[in-house]
Design a protein around this ligand. Sequence first.
Ligand SMILES: N=c1c2ncn([C@@H]3O[C@H](COP(=O)(O)OP(=O)(O)OP(=O)(O)O)[C@@H](O)[C@H]3O)c2ncn1[C@@H]1O[C@H](COP(=O)(O)O)[C@@H](O)[C@H]1O
Length: 112
Amino acid sequence: MSPAMDTLARLAKTIAARRGADAGSSYVARLLAGGPPAIARKVGEEAVETVIAALSQGTDELRDEAADLLFHLLVLLEARGVAFADVLAELDRREGVSGLDEKAARSAERSD
Ligand SMILES: N=c1c2ncn([C@@H]3O[C@H](COP(=O)(O)OP(=O)(O)OP(=O)(O)O)[C@@H](O)[C@H]3O)c2ncn1[C@@H]1O[C@H](COP(=O)(O)O)[C@@H](O)[C@H]1O
């Protein structure tokens, strides 16, 4: 696994280990206690903050917002029981397939 994926996989494990932890001492436990709707809202907020940073702020702000977004996305996956390894496997499956080719194949399927 690449070092970047290693970091995310380690973080996903830490997040999973916070299930049932004290919400008073763990931010992740507090998020998980809120359930998918509250976490999804947080992911939405972080996505918007990332877009704002991309369009009108500096690269440091964009880096920080991207980190917040990835972190909250991992918490949402945990809350919904989607293994991060499965997301990586899906990306692996897509590897080498151009997004343009895949889009064209979908359009062709629709017009059949
Ligand atoms: N990577 C992170 C991480 N990134 C961001 N955050 C928190 O995410 C929150 C970001 O939300 P906002 O920017 O909206 O800040 P806010 O206004 O305080 O949040 P709200 O009041 O709106 O909910 C902040 O409280 C950050 O501290 C994180 N909290 C935890 N982690 C990782 O998760 C691990 C477990 O954390 P705990 O569960 O708290 O032990 C930590 O060791 C870290 O590795």
